[in-house]
Ligand binder design. Structure first.
Ligand SMILES: *Cc1c(COP(=O)(O)O)cnc(C)c1O
Length: 370
């Protein structure tokens, strides 16, 4: 008779075999394809703030001058890191209800020719706006500065052409349009960015924030031995969301997100009682739609009511908590079904004109057909 196992019954989360280097490298390559880049892609074991901070601390040093484009709350976070690296920081802040233009960035660069680093957020999930990265990147490239892009809320939700645009440090996370976990993230590093980081005596070394450690111990070493045990659960989940995106196709995933935003905006405009926070359609992020509630309707209460019905709705952050609703139509929620359910629930609390469901369906069909 064999003795009873001292271990309790199995869980899919427990007793995992180690995740090998070859599998880890294959996942990195698939992330690179998602970013349309041939640059090194380093998958990091943590929420996306890890590679964002690692990129800034690697590339920026005392004596650097950074242009920090602030189009939402994440830009404010970057400003703090840039200053703590000893950089002189020029903040270019624009109203969060729209996008920054390439002309505004060009003007800021011309005014301060010594700017050598630019931080920019692609899509802002918190405020629902998105920036024209292709045009901005061209201006930054002409100036000669490095460009770091926070693409956490845009990857898989809108076109992202890291190399064609000339993005030097492109950071993504799995938790938004990829429909994956928050505990895994990645950054692509261009040759120019590696040169800058390698030459930076202040760049983190022998640190969890060190991109150089990954370069020396992993990328340049042929990706055959992992420098430390990877977070298996997160890596497996990242692999699963790559499987799903590839099966659906990246183009179809992006189209679903675009259509969800278009449909929700069309429905809300027809309903009439709430209004999109981001005024211009071209500046509206496909990942999430932010809405201003009427004076009589407290957004925190409304968001709680919708969230209680498992709808992906939350109230705005900080000062916008009582006046802004945020609809997170990303990942599996980038669907016509979610948009119609949210609109139907909104109409119960904020009645308005009829025909809003038809308007949403029409906008969805047009956007998917593009
Ligand atoms: C969601 C998001 C992140 C990740 O931050 P969380 O607070 O973990 O959600 C970073 N940057 C942007 C632009 C995001 O939208």
């Amino acid at each position: 008779m064999s003795p009873a196992s001292p271990v309790s019954p199995a869980s899919p989360f427990l007793d995992l075999p180690p995740l090998g280097a070859a599998r880890f490298a294959a996942i990195e390559d698939r992330v690179a394809a998602l970013l349309h880049t041939r640059a090194d892609v380093i998958v990091m074991q943590g929420e996306a703030l890890l590679p964002l901070e690692a990129a800034i601390r690697g590339a920026v040093r005392p004596g650097s001058t950074a242009l920090n484009v602030v189009t939402g709350p994440y830009g404010q976070t970057f400003g703090g890191w840039l200053r703590s690296c000893g950089a002189e920081v020029v903040d270019l802040a624009v109203p969060f209800t729209g996008a920054v233009t390439a002309a505004q960035v060009a003007e800021a660069l011309t005014a301060r020719p010594e700017i050598d680093f630019v931080s920019l957020v692609h899509a802002e999930a918190a405020t629902g706006n998105t920036n024209p990265v292709a045009e901005i990147a061209e201006v930054v490239r002409d100036h000669g500065a490095l460009l770091m892009l926070d693409a956490v809320a845009s990857v898989a939700a809108e076109p992202l052409y890291t190399d064609a645009w000339g993005v030097d440090l492109c950071v993504i996370g799995g938790q938004k349009a990829m429909g994956g976990p928050a505990g895994v993230s990645a950054v692509s590093v261009s040759d120019r960015a590696w040169e800058r980081i390698t030459a930076n005596p202040a760049a983190p070394r022998r640190s969890y924030l060190s991109l150089l450690d990954w370069k020396e111990r992993w990328t340049d070493a042929g990706r055959s031995v992992l420098p430390h045990a990877p977070a298996q659960l997160e890596m497996l989940a990242l692999e699963a969301c790559l499987d799903r995106i590839e099966a659906d196709t990246l183009d179809a995933t992006v189209a679903r997100h675009r259509a969800a935003a278009a449909a929700l905006r069309a429905g809300v405009r027809t309903l009439g009682s709430l209004s999109p926070y981001v005024v211009d359609d071209a500046a509206a992020a496909p990942v999430a739609t932010t809405l201003l509630t009427p004076f009589s309707l407290d957004a925190t209460t409304l968001a709680a009511a919708l969230a209680a019905r498992s709808l992906p709705v939350q109230s705005g952050g900080g000062a916008l908590a009582t006046t802004m609703l945020r609809v997170n139509h990303y990942g599996p929620h980038a669907s016509l079904e979610t948009v119609l359910s949210v609109l139907t629930a909104l109409a119960e609390h904020a009645p308005g004109d009829e025909g809003f469901l038809t308007a949403a369906e029409k906008a969805w069909a047009e956007a998917i057909g593009d």
